[in-house]
Ligand binder design. Sequence first.
Ligand code: XIL
Length: 324
Amino acid sequence: PSLISWHRQRVKKYFGSAVDNSELSDQQLLKFLTNKNEFGQITPGNGQKWQYTEPSRGQFSYGSGDQITDFAKKNGQMLRCHTLVWHSQLPSWVSNGQWSRDTLTSVINTHIANEVGHYKGQCYAWDVVNDIYITEALDDDGSYRQSVFSEVLGDTFFAIAFDAAAKADPNAKLYYNDYNLETLGAKQQGAAKIVKLIKSAGKKIDGVGMQAHLIVGQSPSQSTLKSVMQSYLDAGATEVAFTELDIRFPSLPESSQGLEQQAKDFGAVTSACLEVEGCVGITIWGFTDAHSWIPGTFPGTGDALLFDKNYNKKPAYSTVSSIL
Ligand code: XIL
């Protein structure tokens, strides 16, 4: 079975992949990625981030984003759109600006109205706020990451951002998306609190996105994943999704035993999503080890995806597709 048998067929869930603009010139990649029976959903890896879409104030530029959204449209794939408010890949005019509450609020409102307006009707979901917690284990206490947004606006920027997104595309599902949300603990509780915070401000939030940048052999169990998802649904989210799944080897090269473990870890995520009704789908952050952000960001680690560098299907592919 191909991955797609999941996509609005046997069960109503999608299976998709992120793709970056530069990858679209790789013919081998295109052979697989254009097949909606394999990948029913696409997320732009970079093109919709603030640094590309509003590089200077009020100057909007959608070339990179559109390249990916047009690609998905042409292939009949659904789209997750990524991302609006994030401390990273932010143009310096935003991060270094001297903002008052009012001026930063207006900057956020303008950015979101413009970008979400531009893509209106095309996005199944938007990652409205991304990566808002401190992530290093020691500091991972559920406090907000320092960013221009939290420094100027405290926690009110959530309501501002979600409100602006809801107004600009009432039909898009609105997500809070973060990493290390896949185990129970301070960060998971913090995420549940954010859902409640946004709802108690009277604003719309639909989903929690678990990025799921996981590590082979240290990946959460199926039952942990299910409890975690349930906690977000209990907090008031109507859905959850795995939005950037990859499961990297902590050291390379991996053994064949390692590849089997990776397959089990991918299988746990897939089965967990299958068994939780509110889990709408899984997006992998690229599908081939030929193109992945992992080695550049976590040197010495890698091979985190379903196909190897030569586009051969790995054991994880077989496991995932057999569950789907
Ligand atoms: C990554 C991209 O894949 C890289 O190409 C880029 O250099 C940095 O960002 N969490 C996110 C994604 O929400 O946007 C990040 O994507 C990976 C971590």
